[in-house]
Design a protein. Sequence first.
Length: 212
Amino acid sequence: MLKIAVFGSGRGSNFKAILDAIHYGQLPDVRIVLVASNNSDAGILDLARTAGLPFRHISQKQFPSEDAFAAGLLAALQKAAVDVIVLAGYMKHLPASVVAAYRHRILNIHPALLPAFGGTGMYGLRVHQAVLASHESLTGATVHIVDEEYDHGPIVLQRTVPVLASDSPESLAARVLEMEHSVLPEAIRLFAEGRVSVINGQSHVHISPLQE
């Protein structure tokens, strides 16, 4: 059984997609043991409360230093015996010590085809505005393994979405979000099945064939 923590900063639609995948038997070997947010009024915490899952508001503002914040995060993760962290719309940069403690065991969903349109400041509608300004014909969603840099690290899965001539940032965001809701549970399933491994340091992700 893969025990995951889900971190989010907003309404929690990707978290809801994970919950639905578990409910409908698409993630039979996955259990959510912690839901965390840096925002006390985030919708993801309300969803966790309704689902009867353990949740915490944990923000750097609650701690005297970044080191203390990192120690608090690690203590919460270790208490819940978390195997993998899933960043589902989490708008904060994880402390380096947390990344190190969960090396190759942190997944992030990003609303673009990384490495394009990623990095500092590339979040929310800003991503889709940049895609439209660049006159791209395709965009999509990426699930990658987190390292110390924003939107960096080995890519696990990507799915494409066409960019339409009539698109606004909002309409494009809605279509990409729909894709996010399928690709993130799929990536978690691959982890739960032991089919993802990082090789050559952080430079590659190998997805092994399905077992017979």
